[in-house]
Design a protein around this ligand. Structure first.
Ligand code: PEP
Length: 253
């Protein structure tokens, strides 16, 4: 059985008080309403990791996540945050290669390889994002492009290391746009990615890899998306900022 995961990506939203209020609501709702084996992750802005982490201590099925980290271990990189720093405040997951970081901060597959390495070396799990633009999909190059993102950033890992990676397929045209991939489109890409992982690491590793869907997922479409055989959960942006919506998505398995 693969781990089901619903991860919220808060991006650059919420003040401290709002962040703590949202976390408390999520903790209470998960405790009261969520049964079963879904792992919830909240990927919060760096400055709230410690205080949000404290509120999560009582709830083992909610993990603490960050949204990025620097690729180097330490040094003169003013304003940056290292993997060791994240690990030292209890971070368990780190989103890497989100399309916004690829687009606005020029993150390449090559750079992400280093970020994946350092996150794994520090005992955390990368949530590795991949996905195509609408133009690339219309050109029919989306399968090759997304598989190549995995090849170039992840396929240097040993099978043991790869076992700690979570994949998030996020078609860029669906992120924050209100346009969701259809469940068929999501399933088709997830199956391709799983086959691609199998071609490198074998069927057992591929079958054990959690592949999340991200892109305008909401309480109205999550059940159908999560019902697909190769969709193991979601990476949720906008809807993770409202506790009720986030919970309804978590309960959509
Ligand atoms: C995201 O940014 O990872 C995301 C999926 O955003 P949204 O759900 O808002 O489309």
């Amino acid at each position: 059985m693969r781990q089901k995961i619903v991860a919220g990506n808060w991006k650059m939203n919420k003040t401290r008080d709002e962040a703590l209020a949202l976390t408390s609501e999520i903790v209470n709702m998960v405790r009261d309403e969520v049964r079963g084996d879904v792992q919830v992750v909240v990927c919060v802005p760096f400055v709230y990791l410690t205080s949000v982490g404290k509120l999560l201590e009582t709830q083992s099925n909610i993990s603490l996540g960050a949204q990025n980290c620097h690729q180097k271990a330490s040094g003169a990189f003013t304003g940056e945050i290292s993997a060791a720093m994240l690990q030292s405040v209890g971070t368990q997951y780190v989103i890497l290669g989100h399309s916004e970081r690829r687009q606005y901060f020029g993150e390449s597959n090559e750079l992400l390889k280093d970020k994946v390495n350092i996150v794994l070396e520090n005992g955390m799990k990368p949530i590795f994002c991949c996905g195509e633009t609408l133009e690339q999909r219309e050109q029919g190059i989306h399968f090759d492009l997304v598989c190549n993102q995995l090849t170039e950033s992840l396929f240097h890992l040993t099978p043991e290391q790869f076992a700690n990676v979570v994949i998030a397929y996020e078609p860029i045209w669906a992120i924050g746009t209100g346009k969701t991939a259809t469940s068929d489109q999501a399933q088709e890409m997830h199956a391709k990615l799983r086959a691609h992982i199998a071609s490198k690491y074998g069927a057992a590793v591929a079958d054990a890899t959690s592949i999340l869907y991200g892109g305008s997922a909401n309480p109205g479409n999550a059940r159908e998306l999560f019902g697909q055989s190769d969709v193991d959960g979601g990476l949720i942006g906008g809807a993770s900022l409202k506790s009720r919506d986030f919970l309804d998505i978590i309960k959509s398995f």
